[in-house]
Write a new protein. Structure first.
Length: 246
C-alpha cells in the first residue's frame, strides 16, 4: 500500500502580488502546500489562494505587519500551533522609500529598516524553534537586492537593509547547518514589478548586459531550486539574479 509523502508547508511573506505571488505559484506547482501572507491586501491573497486551491494545492492566508514584532509573533505562533511548523520560509516582503540621503527623513530610514531588515527577526524568530523541534530539516530563503550587494544612489536606507539581510542570512546559515536547514539569499536585479513604475526603464535596460529587465518568474525559478532536494548541499549563499548587472 502506497503512502502519500508528508505535507511540506512553505510560508512566503509579501505574496499577494509581484515576486512573492510568483514564488507561491511556482512552489505550489512543485507540490508544496502554501501559506500566503500580506499586510493589507487580503483580497489579492484570497484570489491567489482560490486559484491554487482549484489546482489542488493546500493553501491558507495570514495577515500581519512584518514590521510589528508582537503582531508577527502572535500570528505565526498561532498558525504553527494549529497547523505545525513550516518546512520552508521565503522572507520576501519589503518596501522602498527612495530619496537622496541628504534629503532623507528619519521616517523614511526607519520605515525601510523596520520593514526590510527587522522583519528578518520578526518573521523567523517564532518559526525557527518549531522547525528545529520537528527534526525534518528545512529551507529558508531571504530576498535581498542588487542594491544590498552593490549599493544604489537614492537608496541608502534600502541598500543598508538589504545588505543587512545578506549578513544575517550568512550567520543564520552557520547556526542551522547541522540541523539540515539551509539558509540562502536571492539578490534580484531590476525586476518588472509595480515598484519600478517610476524608473527610466529603457535607460536601465542599457545598463544590464542581458538587455532586459528580470521577471518575477526569474526569481521564482531560483527560489524553486533552493527549496528543492537538489539544493540540499547549498547554504550560506547569495544568488544574484540580475542579468549580469553586477
Amino acid at each position: 500500500m502506497s503512502t502519500s509523502p508528508p505535507t511540506k508547508w512553505c510560508l512566503i511573506t509579501g505574496s499577494s502580488r509581484g515576486i512573492g505571488a510568483a514564488i507561491a505559484r511556482k512552489l505550489a506547482g512543485d507540490g508544496y502546500s502554501i501559506v500566503l501572507h500580506a499586510r493589507h491586501n487580503r483580497q489579492s491573497c484570497e484570489e491567489l489562494a482560490a486559484k491554487l486551491t482549484a489546482q489542488g494545492t493546500s493553501c491558507r492566508v495570514l495577515m500581519f505587519d512584518i514590521s510589528n514584532r508582537a503582531a508577527a509573533r502572535e500570528a505565526l505562533e498561532k498558525d504553527i500551533a494549529e497547523h505545525g511548523p513550516y518546512y520552508g520560509i521565503v522572507c520576501n516582503a519589503g518596501i522602498t522609500r527612495d530619496t537622496p540621503f541628504p534629503a532623507m527623513e528619519g521616517e523614511q530610514w526607519d520605515a525601510v529598516l523596520r520593514t526590510d531588515l527587522d522583519s528578518f527577526y520578526n518573521v523567523l524568530s517564532p518559526c525557527i524553534m518549531p522547525m528545529l523541534q520537528a527534526r525534518k530539516g528545512g529551507r529558508i530563503i531571504t530576498i535581498s537586492s542588487v542594491s544590498g550587494v552593490a549599493g544604489n544612489r537614492g537608496q541608502v536606507n534600502y541598500s543598508a537593509a538589504k545588505a543587512g539581510i545578506i549578513g544575517a542570512t550568512k550567520a543564520l546559515a552557520l547556526e542551522l547547518a547541522k540541523r539540515k536547514i539551509t539558509v540562502n539569499c536571492i539578490a534580484p536585479g531590476i525586476i518588472e514589478t509595480d515598484m519600478i513604475e517610476t524608473l527610466p526603464i529603457e535607460e536601465i535596460k542599457k545598463m544590464v548586459p542581458l538587455r532586459r529587465l528580470g521577471t518575477p518568474d526569474d526569481i521564482a525559478a531560483t527560489a524553486s531550486f533552493l527549496m528543492s532536494d537538489g539544493a540540499s548541499y547549498i547554504t550560506r549563499q547569495v544568488i544574484n539574479v540580475n542579468g549580469g548587472l553586477v
